[in-house]
Design a protein around this ligand. Structure first.
Ligand SMILES: [Zn+2]
Length: 270
């Protein structure tokens, strides 16, 4: 009997508790990501496998961050997002401001909030730059957005031509990439560093795109020298992956993409 009374009291207490829960404000919507999140649209592995059909709209990408990199529907050039504006580096090496009407099969952006003081930087090669940053950035296992403004005595850029279906894998497409070497050019390196744990979801290590100060030259960076430059960075506290619902994405087989494929696509020169 005593046990029954306790059960009733417990039920009353729970009901009272429920009524207070219901008075609380509604939970935040599921789309609310931290301002410090690195937000990526699709996976680099899906892009590597040849899923070049646009998923997210370009406006959606810009709504998720004011700084970042990516590509466009049909692999039509290299994307640079800087100071809240989106630029398209075409396969002829020219850059145009993006009209934001299209979509993207892969992009990664964040809201850039500079941490700490700007640091002066000089680097002899891209590998030297990456090595210096490994020592300067506070955490090995956190993603970073990195901005370097300066003069580049030499920079090697690539862009890729738009593709038509049936799509070849990106490892094949980059064999036909066009590269350019520019001398003594002012501009900005827009970089994302992902920790090794991203595997083939994104690019482990550094992924750099470049935009010239006059906004006329840009692309994916394969090599560079850096002089009189300023480095600022933003550490991201989370990684948000927006998953496409397209047929192309659903057909992609993650098992077919190896880590060395990602390396080939992002770092190798012809
Ligand atoms: Zn790139």
């Amino acid at each position: 009997m005593r046990q029954r009374i306790w059960s009733i009291l417990l039920a009353v207490a729970l009901l009272a508790g429920c009524s207070t829960v219901h008075e609380e404000p509604a939970a935040p919507s599921k789309s609310a990501a931290s301002d410090e999140a690195l937000v990526q649209f699709s996976l680099i592995a899906a892009l590597a496998a040849g899923d070049y059909m646009g998923g997210a709209s370009l406006q959606e990408v810009l709504a998720s961050g004011d700084f970042g990199i990516g590509t466009f529907d049909g692999l039509d050039g290299e994307m640079i997002v800087l100071d809240g504006k989106m630029y398209q580096a075409m396969s002829d090496g020219s850059v145009q401001p993006c009209k934001l009407e299209g979509s993207t099969p892969f992009a990664v952006v964040t809201n850039f909030q500079q941490e700490g003081q700007p640091l002066a930087l000089i680097a002899a090669t891209l590998e030297d730059l990456d090595g210096q940053l490994d020592r300067k950035l506070p955490r090995r296992n956190s993603p970073y957005a990195i901005r370097i403004d300066g003069t580049f005595p030499e920079i090697v850029l690539r862009s890729v031509p738009a593709q038509v279906a049936p799509f070849r894998p990106l490892t094949e497409v980059v064999k036909h990439q066009t590269t350019w070497r520019h001398k003594d050019i002012g501009g900005t390196l827009v970089g994302i560093r992902c920790p090794a744990w991203v595997g083939t979801l994104n690019v482990p290590g550094y992924h750099w795109h470049f935009l010239s100060a006059d906004r006329k030259i840009g692309g994916h960076v394969l090599g560079c020298q850096v002089k009189d430059a300023t480095l600022v960075y933003d550490e991201c506290d989370s990684l948000v992956i927006r998953i496409p619902t397209s047929e192309g994405f659903d057909e992609f087989d993650h098992g077919q993409i190896k880590q060395q494929d990602i390396n080939k696509i992002e770092r190798e020169r012809n």
